[in-house]
Design a protein around this ligand. Structure first.
Ligand code: HEC
Ligand code: HEC
Length: 347
């Protein structure tokens, strides 16, 4: 409880929600990205790419622009849907142009400014470079950056938007990527009921509080740690290889020790990001908790946390304990973020 008190006091001093402050009379006002005091330091360097109103709006238009894909149909927002925490609702594996199947479950886009590496395997280190992966991936957008830029130059909507954001109408790859980052950097989810509880604005129910306590007692927070609910490490949590043989982190490092390890995902908005795990194998949170208690396969790189002295694997939990942990996980749902019009596609 001590820690929580500190959060509460700190939050009185700092403004909490992301606020877009506009200086009157400015043609392209700056957007101030405000971070809750209990968040880790921001990794993204805002000095290199200051967020402005026009840059944010351009980034949002590009995020929902089908022309970024070969067939004109698949935008970033196609696979990253707001109501599903910017994941691909109902799809275990993402699918892109011509309905081609990808090999992984789409990750949520939220709090991106605080991550040092991106993707399930951490293969990308700079948010500004991340969009090149889906644009050029044959099973996602299957397009080339030069082609995308040509299409945007021919579209009367874009040169004026680039002009407003960057001072001249020139459409370059760097500008496109910077605008997308400006949009994504502002997408901070920090208004869940759990956040409001940390800030002393609401009380959680007794079930939710017991769930939070169990989340810690059972050691979930050793990996799903801190305000982001991830320590950003790569771990194996015992998913059986029968379903899927994705090598994960090994594909980046080629280190045997990294086989079948994946970046610990954030649990913010986890209630709406189903299905779960890198391959979307579990349809609901009950299945996830059953996996942690009795479903773990004996993978050589299985995290030592899950190996018990009696030779069994996993975290023992009763049905009631699972129910309470799930009740707590649902407090991480941020309705304001999931319905925030600033991030919604305009029709
Ligand atoms: C066809 C579906 C699809 C499309 C289109 C798509 N994504 Fe993704 N996105 C994914 C999947 C799947 C992952 C996880 C990939 C992996 O880990 O290998 C991902 C991961 C990401 C991540 C990393 C998140 C994290 O936590 O590391 C970001 C950021 C992102 N996408 C942004 C974008 C942007 C911007 C666009 C448009 C230029 C886009 N995506 C288009 C499916 C898609
Ligand atoms: C040793 C680190 C570790 C511990 C401890 C741990 N997890 Fe995980 N968790 C992971 C990793 C890694 C993944 C992703 C695995 C994958 O997809 O291959 C994950 C995935 C999840 C997911 C799916 C999220 C998504 O978006 O797909 C949930 C939910 C989850 N864990 C909840 C829990 C709960 C509840 C506990 C405690 C009972 C727990 N975890 C303990 C590392 C851990």
């Amino acid at each position: 409880m001590k820690k929580l008190t500190i959060f509460t006091i700190a939050s009185v001093v700092f403004a909490i929600s992301v606020s877009i402050s506009c200086k009157q009379g400015d043609i392209n006002p700056a957007i101030e990205v405000q971070v809750p005091p209990y968040f880790p330091p921001m990794v993204y360097d805002l000095q290199k790419n200051p967020v402005t109103q026009a840059g944010f709006e351009l980034g949002k238009a590009l995020f929902y622009e089908g022309q970024l894909s070969r067939d004109g149909m698949v935008s970033c927002g196609f696979c990253h849907q707001q109501s599903a925490g910017f994941t691909h609702h109902g799809h275990d594996l993402s699918h892109g142009v011509d309905d081609r199947l990808g090999k992984r479950n789409a990750l949520p886009i939220q709090n991106m400014a605080f991550l040092s590496d991106f993707m399930w395997d951490g293969g990308i280190h700079d948010l500004d470079l991340q969009p090149l992966a889906p644009i050029e991936n044959p099973v996602e957008m299957d397009e080339s950056l030069p082609n995308v830029l040509e299409k945007l130059r021919r579209n009367p909507k874009y040169p004026p938007m680039f002009q407003r954001a960057f001072g001249t109408p020139e459409i370059t790859g760097e500008r496109l990527l910077k605008a997308l980052s400006q949009f994504m950097v502002v997408m901070i989810s920090a208004n869940s009921r759990y956040d409001k509880y940390l800030r002393g604005q609401i009380q959680l129910t007794s079930d939710e509080l017991r769930g939070l306590q169990l989340f810690k007692e059972k050691g979930c927070d050793k990996c799903h740690a801190g305000a982001l609910f991830t320590d950003q490490s790569y771990r194996n949590n015992g998913l059986s290889l029968e379903f899927n043989q994705d090598l994960g982190r090994y594909e980046i490092t080629l280190n045997e020790q990294d086989k079948y390890k994946f970046r610990v995902p954030s649990l913010r908005n986890v209630e709406v990001t189903r299905p779960y795990m890198h391959d979307g194998r579990f349809r609901n949170l009950e299945m996830v908790l059953d996996h942690y208690s009795e479903g773990m396969a004996d993978i050589p790189t299985l995290d030592s946390i899950f190996r018990r002295p009696d030779g069994k694997r996993g975290i023992p939990m009763t049905a009631e304990e699972k129910r309470l942990i799930i009740a707590f996980l649902k407090t991480l749902t941020d309705e304001e973020f999931l319905t925030d019009k600033r991030f919604s596609e305009e029709h």
